[in-house]
Design a protein around this ligand. Structure first.
Ligand code: NAI
Length: 221
């Protein structure tokens, strides 16, 4: 009998935040925390925290709270951060280079192996020691190197074609900055990034008072 329960994407999306907060607590030598204290720090209700974490097991104890290290390590495993991932970036422009230059991904187990571009001026360059290769060599590269994740950081018009190459070459996940709708392919997971959505959310917050007055809504915190 299948006893599995479904976990909402909203819960999954909160897990990295729990992970970061717990990491900060550990760095500050805090070994134990109640859901109420965590709630105050994170600005999420204590019951939301308990509900979220109960999806995966009973990590807290009545009267004790959570063991920070234990919970941190459990969330690490749930997020798959106890493994290492090899990554290629396709499109070595502003975004591709910024990602390659960011060292902290490696701390989390994400390793950039190569960048690919179409522009001869960029091909042959290295970014933090990572080579920019000709995108024509991408299919061969993927055949010969086990790559887990491909980052799409190239213009929308060219991204579909590259996505098809990548999804047919054993890559398991695509981190998509290119604003294209990707065709679903069995075994390949997608995560779309929209920085502008985040900026528009900030813009909403800047104008929240007007919206509350206009629509007579109460902000839920
Ligand atoms: P960029 O123009 O600096 O870099 C794009 C790079 O892709 C260039 O180096 C170009 O030579 C390369 N390229 C073009 N066709 C290619 C192909 N077939 N194969 C390999 N490389 C190819 O652009 P930027 O600023 O890095 O943005 C990249 C993409 O991300 C754009 O489509 C942009 O609209 C989008 N974007 C997405 C954001 C998000 O939040 N998801 C935020 C900002 C931009």
């Amino acid at each position: 009998m299948d006893n599995s329960k479904s976990v909402s994407l909203a819960v999954i999306k909160r897990l990295p935040r729990y992970y970061r907060y717990l990491g900060d607590l550990l760095d500050n030598g805090i070994t134990r925390i109640s859901s109420k204290e965590l709630s105050n720090k994170m600005n999420i209700t204590a019951s939301q925290i308990r509900q979220d974490l109960n999806n995966f097991g009973c990590f807290g104890q009545q009267g004790y709270g959570y063991n920070v290290e234990l919970l941190y390590n459990e969330i690490k495993k749930i997020l798959g951060l106890d493994k290492e991932y090899s990554i290629v970036i396709i499109g070595a422009g502003n975004i591709g280079q910024a990602l390659a230059n960011y060292v902290n991904f490696e701390r989390r187990g994400f390793y950039f192996k190569a960048l690919f571009d179409i522009n001869p001026k960029l091909i042959g360059m290295t970014i933090r020691g990572i080579e920019v290769r000709d995108v024509d060599t991408l299919p061969d590269y993927l055949k010969n190197n086990p790559i887990d994740i491909a980052v799409l950081a190239l213009p929308k018009a060219n991204a579909k074609e590259v996505a098809a190459i990548v999804t047919n070459s054993g890559v398991k996940g695509i981190w998509n900055f290119s604003h294209i709708d990707l065709d679903k392919k069995a075994g390949v997971k997608f995560e779309n990034v929209h920085l502008t959505d985040s900026l528009m959310t900030l813009s909403y917050k800047l104008n929240e008072d007007e919206i509350i007055e206009r629509f007579n809504v109460l902000p839920k915190r």
